[in-house]
Design a protein around this ligand. Structure first.
Ligand code: PBG
Length: 339
């Protein structure tokens, strides 16, 4: 055997800790459990409807009567919360988005249904007008301009009817200025002090929302783009200022969206503020991964777990993901992370 000359070869061999399954388990820095997942659900009109969304293989849009099945499955899988997104009947979409204020709209019906059947399940709903707006925008459009303050008034009313129906957390995803403070105030003034706010503070003007817009039927409706309210993908200092402002206005949790192309943002937000920081693995990320998996180019189980683990490593406390049920089942089957 060759004698090693001190200093000529590293005395530290990084591979020692990687040698055995048990060493790898001992030195693992991050973990993933079903507690980390929040499941977004698309709800549509009709009865006994379960329509596949072509750009999101494996995800269906369901009618309210079928919610119990999916939410029951999520609860059994150990998932703490769901998010409800509606596909509104195109005939009910108007330029003033008035269906958003109907206490019996699809979102409120869904909230009441889940709250009744699964009182332990966390219910989160967007505050934004895009599912209800015939222009496909998150705010009111006038002369090609999104009206800020008028939209915030509507968002407050929308938040109140959702809270009234039993929603636990309002998630403003509209990116209007001042909406977090205004919604906090509206909730407090109306006896909803315990209804929380999850702000989509770091929400980028991203191409990765395409399949979501298919799912809620807002893609063809969308006039122009959302660049005058969502953040430029080139920026991060601006995002930090936005997050700081939303926290100042009363956000209990903040969200970074999309997820995987913005891991640097998750990391910086978490380090800077130490607030519960959620990541949204959005529809386009889901489509991208599942598309490659369906082609046999990526391994399903390992890719799902690795993609979700990356959010934890970046510092996220929880992940909104369309893979929530599948990932929880995988973790259960393998007794934890199996990478
Ligand atoms: C609406 C909203 C969007 C998403 C969540 N809430 C789309 C958008 O801003 O255009 C996207 C989620 C996804 O792509 O999975 N304000």
């Amino acid at each position: 055997m060759k004698t090693l000359i001190p200093g000529e070869f590293p005395t530290t061999r990084m591979r020692r800790n990687r040698l055995h399954d048990w060493t790898r388990r001992i030195v693992a820095e991050n973990d993933l459990t079903s507690n980390d997942f929040i499941l977004p659900i698309f709800v549509g009109q009709g009865k006994r409807q379960s329509d596949p969304i072509p750009s999101m293989p494996g995800v269906n849009r369901i009618s309210v009567d079928l919610l119990d099945n999916v939410v029951g499955e999520a609860q059994d899988a150990g998932i703490p919360a769901i998010v409800i997104f509606p596909e509104i009947d195109p005939g009910k979409k108007t330029p003033d988005a008035r269906e958003a204020l109907n206490p019996d709209n699809l979102v409120c019906q869904s909230i009441r249904k889940v709250a009744k059947s699964y009182p332990e399940m966390g219910i989160i709903c967007d505050a934004a007008l895009d599912p209800f707006n015939s222009d496909g925008h998150d705010g009111l459009l006038e002369d090609n301009h999104i009206l800020n303050d008028e939209t915030v008034d509507l968002l407050c009313k929308q938040s109140l009817i959702q809270a009234e129906a039993g929603c636990h957390i309002i998630a403003p995803s509209d990116m209007m200025d001042g909406r977090v403070g205004a919604i906090r105030n509206a909730l407090d003034m109306n006896d909803f002090k315990n209804v929380g706010i999850l702000s989509y503070a770091a929400k980028y003007a991203s191409a990765f929302y395409g399949p979501f817009r298919d799912a809620i039927g807002s893609k063809d409706a969308l006039k122009g783009d959302k660049k005058t309210y969502q953040i430029n993908p080139a920026n991060i200092d601006e995002t930090i200022r936005q997050v700081a402002q939303d926290i100042e206005e009363g956000a209990d949790m903040v969200m970074v969206k999309p997820g995987m192309p913005y891991l640097d943002v998750i990391s910086r937000v978490k380090l800077e503020f130490g607030l519960p920081t959620l990541a949204y693995q959005v529809s386009g990320e889901y489509a991208m991964l599942k598309g490659a998996i369906q082609n046999g180019w990526l391994d399903n189980d390992k890719t799902i777990i690795e993609s979700l683990l990356s959010f934890k490593r970046a510092g996220a406390d929880a992940i909104l993901t369309y893979m929530a049920i599948e990932a929880s089942k995988l973790l259960k089957k393998h007794g934890g992370i199996m990478l």
